[in-house]
Design a protein around this ligand. Structure first.
Ligand code: MN
Length: 252
């Protein structure tokens, strides 16, 4: 039987990386697309729990919802595919999701939600300067084929970032840990036309920390980065230390 593949994203139905990824997956199995009707970048792992989610069928096997990226994965897996899913892919995002970005990313959240539901999942993101998605889509197909064959451990999803390719292919790929991307800490404060103050959080400046072995360094070298992410974010070292603390709560 053909593998069942769910395609999600956070750039929405008009995201430039959606069709290339969906088309690449069609070579591997039966594809269902469930994506937000509007762009939902940086919505992280939000779920729509307090209002109805409507599903709009765009074409056979392609749906938009008035929800978030994680909603797409959850509704797609549990309802539209009735739990019968062999792989969930998310992307290809317009822009990197490296290091710190993975905390905010809706692209990664859709893959993480799939991992929480025990479905193998991969998030794909690309250098925002790159407008061609062909090389990334071909790489995605090759990696997806391997994940379908090998599976992934429970609670793990893969996070993949594409640098600008050289011509039609990449220089190579590297298994990498998460690095650090430090965004500008500036908060812009302004006044609206009625004299009330408002704030603007998103700074455009980002400093990538060049630590060896990280996804940040891999893409800087022109390599595709592949990072395994665990839904369990416990830190084992600090946990062991914390067990020596007095957590009884009786000391004031
Ligand atoms: Mn996005």
């Amino acid at each position: 039987m053909k593998p069942r593949i769910l395609v999600c994203n956070d750039d929405g139905i008009n995201g430039p990386g959606l069709r290339p990824l969906a088309d690449a997956m069609r070579a591997l199995g039966r594809v269902t697309v469930v994506v937000p009707a509007q762009e939902r970048s940086a919505d992280s792992h939000a779920l729509t729990l307090h209002k109805p989610i409507r599903v709009h069928r765009v074409s056979p096997g392609v749906y938009t919802i008035n929800g978030k990226p994680a909603d797409c994965a959850r509704l797609g897996i549990l309802e539209l595919l009735k739990g019968r899913v062999d792989l969930v892919v998310s992307g290809i995002n317009l822009g990197f999701n490296l290091g710190d970005d993975t905390v905010y990313s809706g692209t990664v959240a859709a893959a993480r939600e799939a991992a929480l539901l025990d479905a193998p999942a991969i998030a794909f993101s690309q250098d925002p300067e790159e407008t061609r998605y062909g090389p990334a889509a071909r790489f995605a197909r090759s990696l997806a084929r391997q994940v379908l064959a090998r599976g992934l451990p429970r609670g793990i999803c893969l996070n993949v970032n594409f640098p600008r390719p050289l011509g039609v292919r990449f220089k190579g790929a590297a298994a990498a840990r998460l690095g650090r991307r430090v965004y500008s800490k500036e908060v812009t404060r302004r006044s609206d036309p009625r004299g009330r103050e408002y704030f603007w959080l998103a700074g455009s400046d980002v400093t990538s920390v060049r630590d060896a072995g990280t996804d940040v360094v891999a893409v800087a070298k022109g390599l595709v980065s592949v990072t395994p992410l665990h839904v369990d974010t416990t830190d084992a070292t600090v946990l062991a230390d914390l067990r020596k603390w007095d957590l009884s709560g009786v000391r004031r």
